[in-house]
Design a binder for this molecule. Structure first.
Ligand code: CP
Ligand code: NVA
Length: 332
């Protein structure tokens, strides 16, 4: 039942998949989401088990992976640092060897990317990055699917809200080419992953971070300047953008820097002025959880350009497509 080692595909960074595989995944997401909205049972993963390992807190990632696996007919084992031997210094390599003999797929949220890489190197089954200090590929998968849903073709084209069009384009990635995503805030795991996505899918990221919190292209794993431009002021980054996005000032694991970050990031709050210089139909996204009045104003996140609730919901649908792809390959 377990796939041979040479056939295993992991999803540890956004660049682990190619553009044409993303085009396939987004089409599968559309099919899976439409079936779900129409209350059609779809259970290709009966008898499959997902192990979820959380070394950091989560709401969306936990619920979307757990609900998604059950909806596809499988089951889930949930582990945290505190209730497993990971918290008592059992090496990631040994944990991977054991867990991957018992389950079919593993999702891990942890601190260093290197822990995830070591786990994957010793796993017999696919491993998915559920967020590390360096990357958050499942979130960007959902964000890009959300953008395609919103901007992939004529808007409001469906009479039935349970249908989930991708805009009717021959290739769901077409609507991304040449687009500008403005990143306002920390040069963190989300920012790094946006840069990887831009390089693979052919759009540009305009980045503005406070001094001292810049993106490191080496950590991001992209060519310096290849698919992104850096701006001193967030308004410059937002000018003409198709999508404005941000994230918390202090990511999980960096709480000791909270006070200095509050001071450094005070001008990196996405507000109405920033949205006003973006394109008139620009979208606003935030991976959540959000802090209104810090990285974004309530008027923006709760305003008409914000798609944060669709963005959060789409975690469920894209991850179901991802798990299906990693376990079963291409369908049809
Ligand atoms: N966006 C995101 O990953 O949310 P959680 O931390 O709640 O999982
Ligand atoms: N950058 C944030 C994302 C949370 C989903 C963090 O790592 O805490």
């Amino acid at each position: 039942m377990k796939p041979g080692a040479s056939l295993i595909r992991h999803y540890l960074q956004f660049k682990d998949l190619r553009a044409e595989e993303y085009a396939y995944l987004f089409e599968r997401t559309r099919t899976i989401k439409t079936r779900f909205k129409n209350y059609e049972k779809y259970q290709p993963l009966v008898d499959r088990t997902l192990a979820m390992i959380f070394e950091k807190a989560s709401t969306r990632t936990r619920v979307s992976f757990e609900a998604g696996m059950y909806q596809m007919g499988g089951s889930v084992v949930h582990l945290t640092t505190g209730d497993s031997h990971l918290g008592r210094a059992e090496p990631a390599e040994d944990t991977a060897r054991v867990i991957s003999r018992m389950v079919d797929i593993v999702m891990i949220r942890t601190y260093e990317q290197s822990m995830l890489e070591r786990f994957a190197a010793h796993s017999r089954v696919p491993v998915i990055n559920g967020l590390t200090n360096e990357y958050h590929p499942c979130q960007i998968l959902a964000d890009i699917y959300t953008f395609i849903e919103q901007r992939g073709g004529p808007r409001g084209g469906t009479a039935d809200p349970r249908d989930c069009p991708l805009g009717g384009a021959a290739n769901p990635l077409d609507c991304l080419r040449g687009k500008v995503v403005a990143w306002v805030g920390d040069g963190n795991n989300m920012a790094n992953t946006w840069l990887q996505a831009a390089e693979i899918l052919g759009f540009t990221v305009h980045v503005s971070t406070p001094s001292g919190y810049e993106i490191d292209p080496h950590v991001a794993g992209v060519r310096d300047g290849g698919s992104y431009r850096v701006f001193k002021h967030p308004l410059q980054a937002c000018a003409g953008a198709d999508l404005v996005t941000t994230d918390v000032w202090t990511s999980m694991g960096y709480e000791a820097q909270n006070e200095e970050r509050r001071r450094a990031f005070v001008d990196w709050c996405v507000d109405e002025e920033m949205m006003a210089v973006a394109k008139p139909d620009a979208l606003f996204m935030h991976c959540l959880p959000a802090h209104r009045g810090e990285e974004v104003t309530a008027a923006v996140i709760d305003g008409p350009q914000s798609v944060v609730w669709d963005e959060a919901e789409n975690r469920l649908h894209v991850q179901k497509a991802l798990m299906e792809f990693l376990l079963l390959g291409r369908i049809g």
